[in-house]
Design a protein around this ligand. Structure first.
Ligand code: OOG
Ligand code: MG
Length: 262
């Protein structure tokens, strides 16, 4: 750690205030270029604690920057991990007020729901599939608190990996019934397809992203509890949305899920 506890607390409060007030900020590494990975996750942990203190419930986790499309779009090379609160969850077909966010984008995700705890190190695709209750389609709404969505990895980790809202829906199916690598994915905005992909875009197999997440948490003494929702990462690059937009994600064999922006 390069930052003292006071700076960690101050940065966490700053980023969460930007989130809650829908205001952007410069990336925090501009002010603290020496901060390291542990500092970045310590800031994210502090934001998580603050939300828990306010009565939010932890419902799961997310992996991000797990596909080449996303890594290329954001100019980074390694996955990042964040947390999901009940307050981020939008009902299927629900509405999101664009004004409550800074510059939202949507991305298609394969969602895992666990039935047994997963604790790294040593998790792999097999252990993840064995602990998975079912798979669902999900749309993640990301909203970086950084100006113009420009950041480096440490800044985006501190900012809970741009997590803002998510919706899951469609059909829930056991992982054993599906080949997650070849599942076709279509994201539509206002009835027009905007991006296409397949599950293998996420680290060759989306369960590999969940295994990385479990190993990351395990290294920090945490596990993925049974009953967690896990977003395995955007399959294609994220698409910007504006007031009036309607977004639908269709995943082969898993139906569709949608959201509206007003
Ligand atoms: C970081 C979050 C990335 C994903 O699925 O790749 C993410 C960002 O792009 O702002 O959630
Ligand atoms: Mg995502």
């Amino acid at each position: 750690m390069k930052l003292d506890q006071i700076s960690v607390m101050r940065l966490a409060e700053h980023l969460e205030t930007c989130e809650l007030q829908a205001r952007d900020t410069v990336k925090i590494t501009d002010e603290y270029p020496a901060m390291d990975w542990d500092d970045a996750y310590a800031i994210q942990d502090e934001i998580r604690r603050s939300k828990l203190r306010r009565g939010n419930r932890l419902v799961g986790f997310k992996a991000g920057l797990t596909s080449h499309a996303k890594m290329k779009q954001m100019g980074v090379t390694t996955p990042v991990f964040g947390f999901l609160m009940d307050a981020f969850c939008v009902p299927e077909g629900g509405e999101i007020a664009v004004k409550s966010l800074i510059h939202p984008k949507v991305e298609p995700e394969i969602v895992f729901v666990t039935k047994a705890p997963l604790r790294g190190p040593g998790c792999h695709v097999g252990t993840v599939l064995a602990a998975t209750d079912f798979i669902m389609p999900g749309i993640e709404v990301i909203d970086s608190r950084y100006r113009d969505f420009k950041f480096d990895l440490k800044s985006v980790i501190a900012d809970n990996t741009s997590a803002a809202r998510f919706v899951v829906g469609g059909q829930a199916r056991p992982a054993a019934d599906l080949d997650l690598r070849t599942l076709g994915v279509v994201l539509e905005r206002n009835g027009e397809p905007v991006s296409f992909g397949a599950g293998a875009a996420v680290l060759g197999h989306p369960a590999a992203a969940v295994a990385m997440l479990a190993n990351h948490l395990g290294a920090r003494g945490e596990e993925i509890p049974a009953g967690s929702i896990i977003l395995s990462g955007g399959i294609t690059e994220a698409a910007a949305v504006a007031t009036g937009d309607h977004v639908t994600l269709r995943i082969q064999d898993l139906g569709s899920v949608s959201l509206r922006f007003q």
